[in-house]
Design a protein around this ligand. Structure first.
Ligand SMILES: [Ca+2]
Ligand SMILES: [Ca+2]
Length: 249
């Protein structure tokens, strides 16, 4: 998830105005309306590191833009807080570069990587941090509050759903697919969970959730499906609500 816009004083008013529109329009129309309020350019400067994924285009089962607007329900906020806390590896209440450095080191430790591969992984994670932090209010740290505030705005932008979200999925997939074979193995997934302080037993359950066809690998399409459902649905019973571990309060 990205926390990549500059909050402005008028932003909450814009969100409230947009939310009032949701009862009378189709989801596609509703998202168009968000764009008309001028939030699109906020994300235009994103420069995310994206791998070619062996020319695999993501095949969404249901396109992100076809989901209704996010209202920011209690359940949705709990999901976002859970994700935030999985990224705040040192638990200091902020996502910082240090979290990405610790995460890379833990991942390398879990997989017993040699120095060269460990350094590659570290550089990759730091690049992710730099891409998401450069537009935050304080470029040295991102608070939970800012993270939630930006998430709801971004999730309701058509341009975010169409252009940036697929790139972010690709970026996160690349970060977990450590041997770059285009598939996330159980071991790669476990390493990623370990680097986010998710217990091994929990990691095994999460892998099964993300590998619904049970072939032993998470494909980019399975990965995209889980992220799309996580970010754009608000049903507490949705299968993917717990994809980053038990929900935070
Ligand atoms: Ca932290
Ligand atoms: Ca792999």
């Amino acid at each position: 998830m990205s926390k990549v816009f500059q909050a402005s004083g008028g932003l909450l008013k814009i969100i409230n105005r947009c939310q009032r529109l949701t009862s009378v329009m189709s989801s596609s129309q509703r998202l168009d309306k968000f764009e008309q309020h001028g939030l699109g350019p906020i994300i235009s400067s994103l420069n995310l590191p994206v791998r070619g994924l062996k020319n695999q285009a993501i095949q969404f089962r249901k396109a992100p833009v076809d989901y209704p607007p996010v209202t920011g329900s209690d359940h949705w906020r709990r999901k976002m807080r859970t994700l935030f806390r999985s990224l705040d590896v040192n638990g200091d209440g902020y996502i910082t570069k240090e979290d990405y450095v610790i995460s890379a080191k833990r991942c390398a430790e879990y997989l017993d990587l040699d120095d060269e591969r460990a350094e590659y992984l570290l550089n990759q994670r730091v690049a992710v941090w730099e891409s998401i932090s450069k537009s935050s209010e304080d470029t040295s740290k991102i608070s939970e509050e800012e993270c939630l505030r930006s998430a709801i705005v971004l999730c309701n932008q058509r341009s975010y759903r169409q252009e940036v979200f697929p790139k972010q999925i690709s970026m996160h997939f690349t970060a977990v697919d450590l041997d770059s074979d285009g598939l996330i193995s159980r071991e790669e997934h476990s390493a990623s969970c370990y680097s986010s302080n998710i217990p091994e037993e929990e990691a095994q359950k999460l892998f099964d959730l993300l590998d619904p066809d049970k072939d032993g690998f998470i494909t980019i399409d399975e990965f995209a499906q889980s992220f799309t459902e996580f970010f754009f649905t608000e049903d507490p019973h949705n299968t993917y609500s717990g994809m980053f571990g038990p929900l935070a309060d």
